[in-house]
Design a protein around this ligand. Structure first.
Ligand code: ATP
Ligand code: MG
Length: 328
């Protein structure tokens, strides 16, 4: 039996180097294994938990799809779709909501963090992980590759699935989170104590996959570092340099030690130039493919295929759930 693997990214900002290294490139690797069946979507419903400018959002959803493919996702092998194109997911989500306790949902760390100190936040922020559970459970995903911040949500999906199975009979497979390797959390270039995020307001610390090669180089050259001027890996005392070593290692597929040895005593300037050229070349290649895809006229066909694959599975699951709970 093939392993079903699913993940989604929220169109809350332009895709970043962090998203590429931490999520997309890992999905590309997983999709190249014939034993896996991969689903990758744009989590546009999840993006709505916080206000998005409508026309920017609409444009960005399309850009995400083209960018997934430009980053190496092969639409022949992978079902690529837009979450809101599958109208069965919110129905599944509602039935799951009615099997989730308020206490459970309100204990989620992301909910606590995002609602903290705010007078007004949406109910969507609270039910966010239940919609995520619907995304995962409708297709009986075996593995859900996520960052460590999302692990708790996959565990909640598991708990809800187990509860539903116990109440109504076996309906869902219990999913496992697949946490990317530790070193793979890319940090903000200006403030390496926090992770690079697409919704960050200061663009200088964040590399967008849409930045021009010149801008990419400029941002890397301007990355915050310590003043020791010796290149070696020490996440605690040298977070900036360690972050650049992580980036360089992933892109060049060389080990961190190998790169650190080469640049150890050659000064930060030379090291940064190396990282800048690796990164800008890679992003330049991705953008070349992106432009080809966006102009190819094939996006609609790709999306239709992904949508149908996902709707078919969700429809079957929804009917099963409705029958089990006594609807219809
Ligand atoms: P937001 O700021 O809106 O939360 P984000 O950049 O954190 O955006 P998400 O859509 O929340 O992106 O996450 C998409 C995927 O990218 C997740 O699997 C997440 O773990 C991964 N990811 C996000 N940021 C990084 C990062 N800096 N390094 C590695 N992986 C990342
Ligand atoms: Mg995030």
């Amino acid at each position: 039996m093939k392993k079903r693997i699913l993940t989604g990214l929220k169109p809350t900002g332009e895709l970043t180097l962090g998203n590429y290294i931490g999520a997309i490139s890992q999905m590309v690797e997983l999709s190249n294994d014939e034993n896996n069946e991969v689903y990758l979507f744009v989590a546009d419903l999840h993006a709505l938990t916080e206000y998005q400018d409508p026309s920017t959002l609409r444009e960005r959803i399309k850009k995400f799809i083209a960018m997934y493919i430009a980053c190496g996702m092969d639409p022949e092998k992978v079902s690529i779709y837009i979450q809101s194109d599958n109208e069965y997911i919110p129905m599944i989500s509602w039935i799951l909501e009615c099997n989730t306790y308020y206490g459970e949902a309100s204990r989620m760390i992301q909910f606590k963090e995002k609602s903290k100190g705010k007078e007004n936040f949406t109910v969507g922020l609270l039910t966010y992980p239940i919609l995520m559970a619907a995304d995962i459970l409708y297709c009986d995903a075996d593995l859900v590759p996520v960052g460590i911040d999302q692990k708790q949500h996959v565990e909640l999906a598991r708990d809800i699935a187990e509860r539903f199975n116990n109440k109504y009979g076996k309906t869902f497979k219990l999913p496992e989170p697949l946490i990317s390797k530790e070193g793979i959390k890319i940090k903000d270039l200006k403030d390496p104590s926090k992770k690079m995020s697409k919704s960050e307001v200061n663009p200088n610390g964040v590399i967008s996959l849409f930045d021009s090669p010149e801008i990419v180089s400029k941002k890397i050259m301007g990355a915050t570092t310590d003043s020791e001027n010796l290149v070696y890996y020490d996440e605690e005392n040298k977070p900036g340099i360690s972050n650049l070593l992580n980036i360089a290692s992933v892109i060049s597929k060389r080990s961190i030690d190998d790169i650190a040895n080469e640049y150890k005593a050659s000064g930060y300037g030379n090291f940064k130039k190396y990282v800048a050229s690796l990164t800008s070349n890679m992003i330049n290649d991705i953008q070349g493919k992106y432009n080809y895809i966006i102009n190819s006229g094939k996006l609609e066909e790709i999306l239709n295929k992904g949508k149908e694959n996902s709707r078919k599975l969700a429809y079957e699951k929804m009917i099963e759930m409705k029958k089990k709970v006594g609807l219809n």
